[in-house]
Design a protein around this ligand. Structure first.
Ligand code: ATP
Ligand code: MG
Ligand code: FE
Length: 332
């Protein structure tokens, strides 16, 4: 089957075409307007989606060399995400499906991050564990099948991507700071400074403490040396990254132990982090895990992952009605 998929949950407008489980095109337009505000501004995101959606879809169809009339379904991200942003993709998908008289498929964005593992080989076998780490979520998911997933642990406050972005902001780095911390960390010593690991029972996470810890640490050091950040940026970044990665790994080890599952995947924007990718590979050698790390293009938001999810929903006959509303807090 041939499906057009649209992603508009946050600040990337994306469209992809999938044909018989093969991605033919994946266009991602990242919104630049937010950088000057230090975070995503919902109203500006909606407006930028409106501006980008037609050219992005057009380009995706063109790259895939597919005519609109050849499409068999239109898929869109129903949630979770920003309401105004989701509405743009949902409205566009509904209109197109109506005009072409083809079915509509609603996709859960967090499930799609996980299903990005079924775009390329190697594909994880069921059941597997997925640590989904993104700008808005941090979840440990027991993946039983393409569309059967159970959240066995999650953050009780901030997402780990938020912890990256907010600590970066404290250091004066632009939004999104996660990739910048990653880049500076590569030249730094991860043990230069120690930040406390959070103490949350079970498989849940907490990332709100590190913001405050970094803030107080820097305020202290800046009193003695106003150039402290400039002088030690790589070491500070490496130390923050090391702490965040260790917090993730602690819970991942526990989840692997408790479930007895050795097939372990990571997904979401923060799975692009080189420190996390390396630490996971080292852990795999030590514990005889089989690990699955997505290609960089499929870590942060993209419509290819929405398309793969839609492909499996199409096969399962799971379509949605024209009157579905976006769900900003959609779960599964
Ligand atoms: P959600 O998926 O929870 O709705 P989102 O869609 O905004 O949130 P993603 O696009 O999946 O999130 O990921 C964006 C996040 O990933 C940002 O917080 C960004 O800083 C972080 N990120 C991207 N690359 C890296 C990296 N190399 N190191 C650390 N963090 C990174
Ligand atoms: Mg984004
Ligand atoms: Fe996302």
């Amino acid at each position: 089957c041939t499906i057009l998929a649209i992603e508009s949950s946050c600040d990337e407008t994306s469209a992809a075409v999938i044909q018989n489980s093969k991605i033919l095109a994946n266009i991602v337009a990242s919104q630049q307007v937010h950088q000057q505000w230090g975070g995503v501004v919902p109203e500006l995101a909606s407006r930028a989606h409106q501006q980008h959606i037609v050219p992005v879809v057009h380009k995706a169809l063109q790259d895939a060399n597919i005519e609109k009339n050849a499409l068999q379904a239109v898929a869109f991200t129903r949630g979770p995400g920003l309401l105004g942003a989701l509405l743009v993709g949902a409205s566009f998908a509904k209109s197109l499906a109506l005009a072409l008289d083809i079915p509509l498929i609603d996709v859960n964005h967090m499930q799609a991050h996980i299903l990005a593992h079924f775009i390329d080989d190697p594909k994880p076998p069921f059941p597997f564990l997925c640590l989904t780490v993104s700008g808005g979520h941090t979840q440990l998911v027991l993946v039983k099948d393409y569309l059967k997933m159970e959240i066995i642990g999650e953050t009780i406050d901030d997402a780990v991507g938020e912890a990256f972005d907010k600590t970066a902001k404290i250091m004066g780095l632009p939004y999104p700071g996660g990739p910048l911390i990653d880049r500076y960390a590569q030249q730094g010593n991860p043990l230069a400074f120690a930040f406390p690991l959070s103490e949350v029972p079970g498989l849940n996470f907490s990332f709100s403490g590190i913001k405050t810890a970094v803030l107080y640490f820097l305020q202290d050091r800046l009193k003695e040396d106003p150039d402290f950040i400039q002088k030690h940026l790589p070491d500070i970044c490496a130390s923050i990254q090391h702490t965040l990665v260790e917090m993730l790994l602690q819970k991942l080890r526990r989840a692997a132990r408790e479930t007895g599952i050795r097939h372990i995947a990571i997904a979401g924007g923060v799975s692009a982090n080189s420190g996390l990718r390396l630490a996971l590979q080292q852990e795999a050698q030590k514990r005889d895990w089989q690990v699955y790390i997505p290609a960089f293009a499929y870590c942060t938001d993209n419509a290819a992952m929405i398309a793969v999810a839609a492909h499996y929903k199409y096969l399962a006959g799971e379509f949605c009605a024209q009157d579905v509303s976006p769900m900003p807090r959609m779960t599964f």
